[in-house]
Design a protein around this ligand. Sequence first.
Ligand SMILES: [Zn+2]
Length: 252
Amino acid sequence: MRPLKILAFFAHPDDETMFLGGTLTYLAAQGAEVHYLCATRGEGGEMGDPPICERAELGLVREKELGCAIKALGGTSLAFLGFKDPEVGPEGELYPFSKDLAPVVRELSEFLDKIRPDVVLTHGPGGEYGHPGHIQAHQAVIEALGKQEYPPRVVYSPSWLSRETGEFTPAPGMLVDISPWVTKKIAAVTCHKSQHGLFLRNGAARAGRPVELVEMIRNQEALGRILPEGELAGDPLEEILRPIALALPATA
Ligand SMILES: [Zn+2]
């Protein structure tokens, strides 16, 4: 049987690790081919706290950091679309990486034609915490798939747990136990050195106290199915993840 072919398409280096690093490690360990595609090199993000490079070098630095992370996660290949991540605004404003969706759809379609994945993992419709770049990547996947001759069987996104509502969005089709792969996820997080200051500030804001990187990494990840909607017999991702699936949280 040929290995399951997975495309992990995200907007910025580190999204793959922070959202689904444990799941992606597990999938590779099961023999799946995991191809990574990143829309940008994260050129507009932080240079580190304190900075580890100049703004002009950040894209190259983060490209290397992503290569390091994917090695830790056991990925098969890494490619980039040609978009530049816009710089975060003075008040922390976040932006999509392309003015128009059409060129993103075009570049992504070409890549999908080449790889022909069985499964696509990408950002959710709400961009997890609402990042416009994540939302744009999601929209590009939905549009591109409408035109594919060999569309993937399923599309999943990370399911984001809202602190306000206590609910997962999109609803988790699956909650998985990644504890055996947490060390790999931490190794991948360690690779994203330029972002450590940001991770630690976010973690501290959430916890209300200073935190270490390792305590920010949980033993569970959640995924929600985007396509197709409704019941699906023989969902290839559900089948491969079944051994590490946990009971879903009870809904109110
Ligand atoms: Zn991102």
